[in-house]
Write a protein that binds this ligand. Structure first.
Ligand code: ZN
Length: 157
C-alpha cells in the first residue's frame, strides 16, 4: 500500500470533471490497487472520505467511511435527493485548514459499483450521506468551498 500525494487547491486538475471507469476495468487489478492506496492515504491523512482526483487520478472512484469501515465506490451516481437539507460543517484534505458550513441533502439514493464489480443501489442518510455528496462533488470538479454558506475557519489571505 502506498501513501499517495494529495493535491491541494488551486491545483487545476481538482477542477476538472472525472471520467467514468469503463465497465471492462471494474474488478481489475489496477482499480483494486488504486482503491487500496486511496484507503491507505485517507487513513494516514485522517480523512473520512477521498476521491480519486484528489490523488491525481481523474476517474470516478471514491472511498467513503460508511460506518462499517472505508469502502470503495466506482461510478457513483446520486439518483434521488431528499428535499430536506442539513447544515454540514466540512473540511477537505485538498483545502487544508479551512472549514465551513455547507447545505447538504439529508438523504440520498445512490447507485454505484463495488470495486469487485457488483452493482449497488442504496439509501443513505446521516453522516455517510454527507460524505457521499462531498466526494461525488470532487468527481465533478467541485470543492466544498464553492458551496460554503459561512466559514467557521476561513482561508488565510
Ligand atoms: Zn474533499
Amino acid at each position: 500500500m502506498s501513501h499517495l500525494r494529495v493535491l491541494h487547491d488551486p491545483e487545476p486538475t481538482l477542477r476538472e470533471p472525472s471520467i467514468e471507469v469503463p465497465v471492462s476495468d471494474i474488478g481489475s487489478e489496477r482499480l483494486a490497487k488504486l482503491a487500496e492506496d486511496m484507503v491507505e492515504t485517507m487513513r494516514l491523512e485522517n480523512g473520512v472520505g477521498i476521491a480519486a482526483p484528489q490523488v491525481g487520478v481523474n476517474e470516478r472512484v471514491i472511498i467513503v467511511e460508511t460506518g462499517k469501515g472505508p469502502e470503495a465506490f466506482v461510478n457513483p451516481r446520486i439518483i434521488k435527493r431528499s428535499f430536506t437539507k442539513v447544515d454540514s460543517e466540512e473540511g477537505c484534505l485538498s483545502v487544508p485548514g479551512v472549514f465551513g458550513i455547507v447545505k447538504r441533502h439529508r438523504k440520498i439514493r445512490l447507485e454505484a459499483f463495488t470495486q469487485k464489480g457488483e452493482k449497488l443501489s442504496m439509501d443513505v442518510d446521516g453522516f455517510p450521506a454527507i460524505i457521499f455528496q462531498h466526494e461525488i462533488d470532487h468527481l465533478d470538479g467541485v470543492l466544498f468551498v464553492d458551496r460554503v454558506v459561512r466559514y467557521t475557519q476561513a482561508p488565510k489571505l
